[in-house]
Design a protein around this ligand. Structure first.
Ligand code: ASP
Length: 346
């Protein structure tokens, strides 16, 4: 689809999700992108060139697999020079995972990659999809006074807020206010104008270094959510399981788990076997501090690495990426503690 002139060029990448779904009588299923244009004629008012690329098959994002992230990264790399920004239409269920993973897979990103979707299909009367789509395109095309992209990073636009992709989490299944970035402020807020907070937006790399993509992902990660009543058998199966290279421990509060010796022994044994153990809090906001409580200290002493204020979604993407890149677990552990793409606070 093409606008009136060629001032800026934006590529909309349509992967599926509620935004482009319609009811076929059996439930919501994705429909052709041409349908979105009929539903959002406002897009024709943009004085931009807007092209689209439709994934085949279109999917409910519950079916997202890392292969989709690879396809996205390759597509962005292939079309990088031809466009000023990219808008990824994606289901909300796994949008935070995909935006997080992409932030690690795209290196030297100097252009906006804005994920968006909606809670109601774009054709529904009260849809949130129109505003999300139109504003995401505006963000992808926005430039500063010198003509540089305003938001040269992977972000999520939803319900008037632009959030850093790898800080985002889906917190509401029904409200239009579905996403939060609990540990990092919004990069921009949309009212009558879109107000950008340039001071907290990542800077584009200097020079003309080309975009690099890392598509090797190692998915041998398990997530163990600590809960009252967790059995030794369950902890053992996950922490010492075959084919599991890393475990995200979703712990209580500031990084606490069970202080019983049977649990600490299993964690210690997992560390001894070389597994990568990452501590991420179950809380929506705040950070892991393993120096605060005795239970946290025990995990630290057993070899667990602090995820600080990372989300589980970003922790997973970071592990997939680092493990795909490095065979050496010690190197992965070192980099887990470092801020790579704005996913943890310093
Ligand atoms: N199940 C849908 C999906 O994630 C939900 C949505 O798009 O909001 O694809």
């Amino acid at each position: 689809m093409t606008g009136q002139n060629t001032k800026s060029a934006i590529l909309i990448i349509y992967t599926g999700g509620t935004i482009g779904m319609k009811d076929d009588g059996k439930g919501l299923v994705p429909f052709d992108f041409a349908g979105i244009l009929d539903e959002v004629p406002e897009l024709r008012k943009f004085t931009l060139r807007i092209d689209s690329y439709t994934f085949d098959p279109l999917i409910d994002s519950s079916d997202v697999e890392p292969s989709l992230w690879v396809k996205l990264a390759e597509l962005i790399k292939e079309r990088y020079d031809a466009y000023d920004g990219f808008v990824v239409l994606h289901g909300t269920d796994t949008m935070a995972y995909s935006a997080s993973a992409l932030s690690f897979m795209l290196d030297g990103l100097g252009k906006p990659v804005v994920f968006t979707g909606s809670q109601l299909p774009v054709g529904a009367l009260r849809t949130d999809g129109k505003e999300n789509l139109v504003s995401a395109i505006e963000v992808a095309a926005a430039r500063d006074a010198e003509g540089h992209p305003m938001v040269p990073e992977v972000s999520v636009y939803f319900n008037s807020q632009l959030l850093r992709g790898n800080r985002t989490t889906k917190v509401n299944a029904t409200s239009f206010d579905a996403f939060l970035s609990p540990n990092y402020p919004p990069l921009a807020e949309a009212g009558i104008n879109i107000r950008y907070r340039s001071e907290i937006i990542r800077k584009a790399p200097s020079g003309d270094a080309p975009l690099q993509i890392s598509t090797a992902l190692d998915t041998r990660v398990a997530i163990l959510k600590i809960h009252p009543g967790i059995t030794e058998q369950v902890a053992r199966n996950i922490l010492l399981g075959d084919g599991i290279r890393a475990v995200i421990l979703e712990t209580y509060g500031s990084g606490n788990a069970i202080s019983k010796p049977w649990f600490t022994d299993i964690v210690r044994e997992a560390d001894r076997r070389g597994k990568i153990l990452l501590n991420v809090t179950q809380c929506n906001a705040g950070e892991v501090d393993m120096d605060l409580y005795a239970t946290g200290k025990a995990l630290k002493a057993a070899g667990v690495i602090s995820g600080k204020d990372i989300t589980t979604e970003a922790g997973l993407g970071k592990l997939f990426h680092l493990m795909g890149k490095y065979a050496d677990n010690e190197q992965v552990k070192r980099l887990l503690g470092q801020d790579l793409k704005g996913e943890i606070s310093k």
